[in-house]
Design a protein around this ligand. Structure first.
Ligand SMILES: [Zn+2]
Length: 320
C-alpha cells in the first residue's frame, strides 16, 4: 500500500522543491580514515578505493552510499541507492561540484568549507501533508543528504540540476552564509512578502513576478538568498532569462517589479560572494555550464570526464 500512496502523492504534488536547512544535531563522524577497511576481494573494492582517493584523502569527506538508518530520516520510507547510481553520482558530484571549486578557488576552499559527509538515498522523501518533496538536507553544514538518487539521469542536465546540483549549490550556499553573514539589506527587499507555509501554491509566473527566482525562494529570506545563487549557477542563459521575462511580464496585484527585485537580489549575492569568499560567481557559472555540456557528451561513460580533465590540465601546464 505504501507504494500506491507514494505514487499518488507524486501525482498530486503541487510542487517539487528544496526543503532543507534542518538544524538537526549532527552525529559524530564515524568514518574510518584507515585504508585497512578496504577489502581488495570485495565486489565494490574498485569504487570504494576511488571514493577513498578522491573524497577521504582529498577532502576528508566520507561519501556514503550504503544507507544507514542511524544517519537517515526515519520519518520517511526510504530505499538505498543502487550501486550503479551511487557510482554515477559520486563521479558527477566530483566533476560538477568539487572540481569546479578546485578549478576556480582552489582545493583548499572545499577542504575548509565543504561537508564532511555526503549521504545518498535512492528514493525521494515526500511530505504528503504539504505536498512537497525533500531533495536535500544540510545538517549543520557538515552532512549533505541527497535523495532520489535512483532516478539520476546523466543525459538530462535539467533533471540533474533540478534534483541534485541546484540542491548542492543551495545547501552549500547555506553553509557559506552561516559562516559569514550576507548583508541584511537583502532581507528588506521582499520583507513582508515571504510565505513560509504556502509558497508551494505559487506558480512560476506568480513567484517570479513577486521577485522570487523560484516559489521556494518565497518561503523565507535565507532561502531566497541561496536560491538566487543556486539558480544563477546552474541555469542556462535561456532558463535564467525566462525567469526574468516572467518576472517582468506577469502583473501582480501589489505592483511589485519582479525583474528589478531579482536583479537587485542577484547583485547583492554576487558582491557578497566576491567580497566575503573571493568567488567570482559568473566565472564559476561559466565553468559549470561548460562541464554540464561535457557530461551530456560522456553520459554513457562518466570516467571519460576525468581523462579529458587530466588532458586539459596537462595542456594548461604546457601552455605556461
Ligand atoms: Zn535551504
Amino acid at each position: 500500500m505504501k507504494t500506491t500512496i507514494k505514487i499518488t502523492t507524486l501525482l498530486l504534488m503541487l510542487s517539487l522543491s528544496v526543503v532543507s536547512c534542518k538544524d538537526d544535531e549532527f552525529e559524530e563522524s564515524i568514518f574510518d580514515t584507515n585504508i585497512g577497511y578496504l577489502d581488495p576481494n570485495s565486489y565494490t573494492y574498485e569504487f570504494d578505493k576511488w571514493l577513498y582517493d578522491n573524497y577521504i584523502v582529498d577532502y576528508n569527506l566520507d561519501f556514503r552510499y550504503r544507507m544507514q538508518d542511524v544517519g537517515s530520516n526515519l520519518d520517511y520510507n526510504l530505499v538505498p541507492v543502487t550501486y550503479e547510481k551511487a557510482q554515477q553520482m559520486a563521479k558527477l558530484v566530483k566533476y560538477l561540484w568539487f572540481d569546479v571549486y578546485e578549478t576556480k578557488v582552489g582545493k583548499q576552499f572545499l577542504r575548509d568549507n565543504g561537508p564532511r559527509i555526503i549521504h545518498l538515498i535512492g528514493s525521494s522523501a515526500y511530505n504528503p501533508d504539504s505536498g512537497t518533496e525533500i531533495l536535500g538536507t544540510a545538517e549543520g553544514g557538515l552532512k549533505v543528504t541527497l535523495y532520489r538518487c535512483n532516478k539520476l539521469n546523466p543525459k538530462s542536465v535539467d533533471d540533474m540540476n533540478e534534483y541534485y546540483f541546484k540542491t548542492m549549490h543551495h545547501e552549500f550556499s547555506h553553509i557559506l552564509h552561516q559562516k559569514k553573514s550576507y548583508p541584511t539589506e537583502f532581507n528588506l527587499l521582499s520583507a513582508g512578502k515571504y510565505n513560509p507555509k504556502t509558497w508551494q501554491d505559487w506558480s512560476d509566473d506568480e513567484a517570479n513576478s513577486l521577485g522570487f527566482v523560484t516559489n521556494y525562494a518565497g518561503s523565507e529570506a535565507r532561502e531566497d538568498f541561496v536560491e538566487v545563487i543556486a539558480n544563477r549557477l546552474v541555469l542556462s542563459d535561456d532558463q535564467w532569462n525566462a525567469i526574468l521575462t516572467r518576472a517582468e511580464n506577469t502583473p501582480n496585484e501589489e505592483g511589485i517589479k519582479g525583474k528589478e527585485l531579482i536583479l537587485q537580489k542577484y547583485e547583492i549575492a554576487k558582491k557578497w560572494l566576491a567580497e566575503s569568499w573571493n568567488i567570482d560567481i559568473e566565472a564559476m557559472r561559466a565553468e559549470i555550464l561548460e562541464r554540464q555540456n561535457n557530461v551530456i557528451i560522456h553520459a554513457d561513460n562518466l570516467d571519460d570526464l576525468f581523462q579529458d580533465q587530466a588532458a586539459d590540465n596537462n595542456n594548461d601546464n604546457q601552455d605556461k
